[in-house]
Design a protein around this ligand. Structure first.
Ligand code: BEZ
Length: 217
């Protein structure tokens, strides 16, 4: 049974599993958290560790950018609430950076297991560095998993979040290394009429009917 729980990995397109948890900002029920907003739910292996401290500081320092993208942050590790509080306070005292978002105290590993953050061949006791991008309907839209010894890239997290939102808003796809302001991809045709439209239509950049780009106006 335990093994079964560990084997359940959430996938892109799934509804984000609901849970109740104790956090540094009080108790939450995830389905009621950040209504009508995007959520970036991320885990780190342990409090009071160096890579995690740089990552959490990165999230904290970029909180305003996430807010501008209508997004709430929520962290998690398999540590107690007392450990979280002491670490948040220590980092604030030492560096002036305040982790001003809820951090889940997942001491019973309930949420980590629910989200596939506990990957036993990497660690049986610490969550890997996961990032879940969850849209306002609480659907999982993108998942990143990093191992314990490699920190994530904040620019890529923000870029991917913005790409998801632009894709939704304009019905377009985003090419390799796309950044805000750059041309977007017109989705490839799904039938002959759409193919003819791509061939005849006026677009900002066209390689062939299957690779058409346009500026967002
Ligand atoms: C770190 O954050 O530095 C770290 C945490 C757990 C294992 C390895 C590194």
């Amino acid at each position: 049974m335990e093994q079964e729980v560990l084997n359940v990995m959430p996938r892109i397109g799934d509804q984000a599993p609901d849970f109740e948890a104790v956090t540094t900002k009080g108790k939450i029920k995830f389905s009621e958290f950040a209504k009508d907003k995007w959520v970036v739910l991320f885990s780190h292996p342990a409090d009071f560790t160096p890579v995690c401290t740089t990552e959490m500081s990165g999230f904290a320092l970029n909180k305003k950018k996430f807010e501008e993208l209508n997004t709430e942050l929520i962290g998690l590790s398999i540590d107690s609430i007392h450990s979280h509080l002491a670490w948040v306070n220590n980092v604030k005292e030492k560096t002036g950076v305040f982790f001003d978002f809820p951090i889940i105290a997942d001491i019973d590993m309930k949420v980590s297991k629910l989200y596939g953050m506990l990957q036993p061949n990497e660690s049986e006791t610490a969550a890997v560095r996961a990032v879940f991008f969850i849209d306002p309907s609480k659907k999982i839209r993108l998942i990143m998993y990093y191992p314990l010894n490699v920190g994530r890239n904040m620019d890529e997290i923000l870029r991917a979040l913005e790409a998801l939102q632009v894709s939704d808003k304009y019905g377009v796809a985003l090419p390799l290394n796309w950044k805000k302001g750059e041309r977007v991809i017109v989705p490839p045709p799904k039938n002959l009429d759409e193919m003819q439209e791509r061939i005849n239509g006026k677009y900002d950049e066209k390689i062939d009917f299957y690779l058409v780009k346009k500026d967002l106006k």
